[in-house]
Design a binder for this molecule. Structure first.
Ligand SMILES: CC(C)(COP(=O)(O)OP(=O)(O)OC[C@H]1O[C@@H](n2cnc3c(N)ncnc32)[C@H](O)[C@@H]1OP(=O)(O)O)[C@@H](O)C(=O)NCCC(=O)NCCS
Length: 186
């Protein structure tokens, strides 16, 4: 089983597992259409849907088997403002997929970058990952900029590759390798 030593502290944030007490904070952004706009299969969530989501995320506190998701709440003095996650895609290839969501009221200050950086530090460090990738809808410019800011390389632009709200959509794939992450950190 792999999990960070909680909490992870950064300059402005605390990262720790989601708890059921985070429901109000999580629902505050999950209910917004601008937050789910580019997310596959997700519409603005009702409070009950957020409760189910929080319950699921609360169980994602460690990586126990390939396919598991580690989800960390991004907390400030103002409460939980988003989440960052790593999905363990391949044990033999030591590969994981990065994901993130931030309440728009807290956007534009580098907080998602700060949280993702801390999670990648753990993933490439303690967990020993070789490669981390992330994907987004080609229209999700904020997400693509975040991946570039993290030093990830744009490796693919899949054309009309997946069904998004009933239409074929383009998807961008970004990735970074462990040695590139370490070189960047230096
Ligand atoms: C993707 C998402 C997390 C990006 O949020 P964000 O606020 O742009 O990202 P950050 O918190 O890292 O802030 C970066 C922005 O703050 C600016 N910034 C200000 N201070 C900064 C600092 N100290 N460090 C880094 N960036 C800083 C950056 O220039 C950048 O702005 P820009 O993109 O206009 O150039 C957010 O748009 C989101 O949650 N979207 C909805 C969910 C979603 O689509 N998730 C991804 C699914 S693929």
């Amino acid at each position: 089983m792999y999990a960070p030593t909680y909490p992870i502290r950064t300059a402005r944030l605390t990262l720790r597992p989601v708890t059921l007490d985070d429901l109000d904070d999580v629902h505050a952004y999950q209910r917004r259409s601008d937050v789910v706009r580019w997310m596959r299969g997700a519409g603005p969530r009702t409070r009950e849907q957020s409760r189910a989501s929080v319950r699921a995320m609360a169980a994602e506190d460690a990586l126990r088997a390939e396919g598991d998701c580690l989800t960390l709440a991004i907390a400030t003095g103002a409460g939980v403002i988003g989440t960052v996650e790593l999905v363990w895609r391949s044990r033999p290839d030591r590969t994981a997929e990065l994901g993130y969501v931030l309440h728009p009221d807290h956007g534009g200050r580098g907080l998602a970058t700060e949280a993702a950086t801390a999670l990648l530090d753990w993933g490439f460090g303690e967990l020993g990952l070789h490669r981390v990738f992330a994907r987004c809808h080609a229209g999700n410019e904020a997400s693509a900029r975040l991946m570039s800011r993290l030093g990830m390389r744009r490796e693919a632009h899949h054309v009309r590759s997946y069904l998004f709200r009933g239409e074929w959509a383009d998807q961008l794939v970004f990735a970074i390798l462990a040695d590139e992450w370490r070189a960047r950190a230096r």
